[in-house]
Design a protein around this ligand. Sequence first.
Ligand SMILES: [Zn+2]
Length: 202
Amino acid sequence: MPITAVPSSAPSRPGSRRDAHTGPCAPVPAVATTGATLLLNATYEPLCVVSSRRAIVLVLAAKAEAVDVTDDEVHAERVTLAVPIVVRLTRYVRVPYPVQVPLSRRAVFTRDGQTCVYCGGSATSIDHVIPRSRGGTHTWDNVVAACRRCNHAKADRYLAELGWSLPRPPGAPSGAAWRLLGHRTVDPRWREWLGMPESVSA
Ligand SMILES: [Zn+2]
């Protein structure tokens, strides 16, 4: 895979507003990528997921260093490089984040460990704890991961009417790891950097 150019959008002015839009997390357009790479700040705080190609570009430009690599190799600029799965910026950049994690099916599933909160089975759907037909909102504190069977059995009833209960009150997730959700699945090799256990409970 030839790497021909280092994009001018590489991080150059930490702390500037420009970083938010053109910094290391900016997508690389129209390129076939070999995979995804977790990008860490210089402080090892997870920043975002970038294409492996972009990660390689950052490493070649000495903007980042490989922290963990795959078995795959790429030949670029007369050097052979292991394709990085985790890279760390050599200089700290300040990146603003949304205040709250966007509510998505994937994010709810991840928060609830991919399991049904009612029976512990494999989650396949989203359930509104207080049914929408009875005024329940589509918000972090009212959505949970559920299996189809429980979702069907619960229908539009309150938990109290069924004698069911929640293992924990649902709520919005927080922390660096959640900034990466809603876009891609989490590579198992990123977990130690994301501070995420195998089964996430918020
Ligand atoms: Zn269930």
